[in-house]
Unconditional design. Structure first.
Length: 247
């Protein structure tokens, strides 16, 4: 007697499908509470430190298990598992920024999180859907990285300056050159620096390789400059107002 049972189909993630839109809604809903939380604790050094440490632990709670799962024999792939993507460094920068409030790490979390990690939110390189652990880990990592940047900048008021812009550009260039070289020798494509991802992304609008890499660098550097300029202007106005008040 043959069995009539049919294996259950495994759901696959769809860009801008229901599970994607729900995660985007969750991300958007959390932005203002994160800002309010940061502003509520910014003037209390002890509470600010405790909340920041708790935030850092939350980031690690999603990212570290995700890394460990990826290194399991059944999941490991030399082409995708190594922690060489910029998001892998972005979560580390976010954790260090939350733990230390050092301007170098805060700047990395701000520029990488709000521009590069958000691309992962909009065009996820993801196949697994809910409740697959990879789906949960992916969204937990990406959402918390961006929330961390928002918490640090708009919440705690740790604003970037032009020197922070310069150090971030230099750090990102170092990463890109190193990973591009690694890809060239190993045949991998970390950072999508050697060719475009197989799934759709914003890179599809920037032409073939290597033009899309050059255009991406110019666009990102320009956007980061625009993200720095308002804070610099605001800082100058604050200093000017303080000088007038002191007269």
């Amino acid at each position: 007697m043959t069995s009539s049972l049919v294996p259950l189909a495994v759901s696959s993630f769809q860009t801008f499908g229901t599970s994607h839109l729900l995660m985007l809604a969750l991300f958007a809903a959390g932005v203002w509470p994160i800002v309010r939380l940061g502003r509520a604790v910014r003037d209390d050094k002890v509470t600010r430190s405790r909340v920041s440490r708790g935030f850092a632990v939350a980031v690690m709670a999603f990212t570290i298990p995700m890394q460990l799962v990826d290194f399991m024999p059944s999941q490991y792939s030399f082409n995708t598992t190594l922690p060489l993507q910029l998001c892998d460094f972005a979560w580390m920068a976010a954790v260090l920024a939350l733990l230390t409030h050092h301007r170098f790490f805060v700047a990395l979390a701000y520029f990488w999180g709000l521009v590069l990690t958000t691309q992962g939110l909009l065009t996820p390189w993801l196949t697994a859907d809910f409740p697959n652990p990879k789906y949960i880990g992916f969204w937990g990592m990406h959402i918390l990285i961006v929330w961390a940047a928002i918490f640090l900048i708009w919440g705690l008021g740790l604003r970037p300056a032009w020197r922070d812009y310069a150090t971030t550009v230099a750090t990102t260039a170092t990463w890109a050159i190193s990973v591009f070289t690694f890809n060239a020798f190993t045949g991998t494509n970390y950072g999508f620096l050697n060719h475009k991802p197989s799934s759709g992304s914003l890179l599809d609008y920037l032409g073939p390789w290597p033009s899309y890499v050059v255009l991406e660098v110019l666009i990102v550097a320009g956007v980061w400059a625009l993200m720095t300029w308002p804070w610099v202007v605001r800082g100058r106005r604050t200093e000017s107002a303080a000088s007038i008040a002191a007269c």
